[in-house]
Design a protein around this ligand. Structure first.
Ligand SMILES: [Zn+2]
Length: 298
């Protein structure tokens, strides 16, 4: 099926309005870089459905989307994840000192930073926290001045510990430039991994990729959707559910969490939206023999 030129960015779940705001979408990762268990033969065997949306044969890289979400529910405006960000010093060239102006795209979509009342960071990886802060007179200040930022206690405890120093150093000091300034400004709330935001929105624990990673469940009018964050990075993990990523803090736990999730959601028709799946990113999980398949919602 050809990829629509204008991929869908808006979805309704009952009364809840979901909007995707993309920061970047490009061939980014060599499969062997992200999936240590993958072989070139595995990729070759799946090219018929991977190309062109999920894999770019020219560069040999998986297409990875980086995006944040806006959830409107009962008068609230909630941002879920804040991408890589602009002007940040990062080790990965593709993320370093960028000027994608995601915040401008958010404004173009009708959301000004001061209107946002809640920011959820599903986990503390460099591509999910960047626009938590912006540069003002050489200082990092919270981008969303009127928001409560929800961080899970487990995620904060891990990333602020000595144990995590090596992983933090691998990416660049995102704790210092994108998380600490929010805590310092008194805007952070440290919440449980099953925290409920209101009748329509709650967090669901999905540990493994990072210790405090959460999905966000949207429920309204008998409908349901899951913002699945980094439970999956590519639909290849539906075909090969055992593949954890090189970036998973606990690959074994990540595998268990992912397999439970796939088994639970398969065949339910519930819309799932893994952050890094190329546009339109949303789809359903279907069973496919011993494995699973992702069916995009166009
Ligand atoms: Zn990510």
């Amino acid at each position: 099926m050809p990829i629509p030129t204008e991929p869908r960015t808006r979805f309704d779940i009952g009364e809840v309005r979901l909007m995707r705001v993309v920061e970047s979408e490009m061939p980014l990762l060599d499969p062997a870089e992200i999936y240590p268990d993958s072989t070139p033969a595995d990729i070759e065997a799946n090219l018929d459905w991977l190309v062109p949306r999920f894999f770019d044969p020219g560069s040999g890289r998986l297409v990875i989307t980086i995006q944040g979400f806006v959830v409107r529910s009962r008068g609230r405006i909630i941002v879920v994840d804040t991408c890589v960000g602009d002007c940040k010093s990062r080790r990965r060239t593709a993320f370093d000192q960028q000027r994608w102006d995601w915040i401008g795209r958010l404004a173009a979509a009708g959301v000004r930073p001061e209107d946002v009342d809640t920011v959820i960071c599903t986990h503390f990886h460099v591509d999910h926290v960047g626009w938590n802060t912006r540069l003002e007179d050489g200082r990092w200040v919270p981008t969303f001045p009127n928001a409560r930022y929800l961080f899970t206690k487990d995620e904060w405890a891990y990333w602020s510990s000595e144990t995590a120093r090596a992983q933090r150093d691998r990416s660049g000091d995102y704790l210092g430039d994108s998380l600490v300034p929010v805590v310092g400004a008194g805007l952070a709330d440290f919440v449980a991994m099953d925290h409920r935001i209101n009748e329509e929105i709650s967090l669901v624990p999905a540990p493994g990729h990072t210790p405090g990673l959460v999905g966000v469940v949207l429920r309204s009018g008998g409908e349901q959707a899951l913002l699945a964050s980094d439970l999956l990075h590519s639909p290849l993990q539906c075909r090969y559910p055992a593949w954890s990523t090189r970036f998973c803090i606990d690959p074994e736990q990540s595998r268990r969490t992912r397999m439970d999730f796939l088994a639970r959601y398969a065949g339910t028709g519930i819309m799932v939206v893994p952050t890094h799946f190329p546009s339109p990113s949303a789809g359903t999980i279907e069973r496919d023999g011993q494995a699973f398949r992702f069916r995009a919602i166009e």
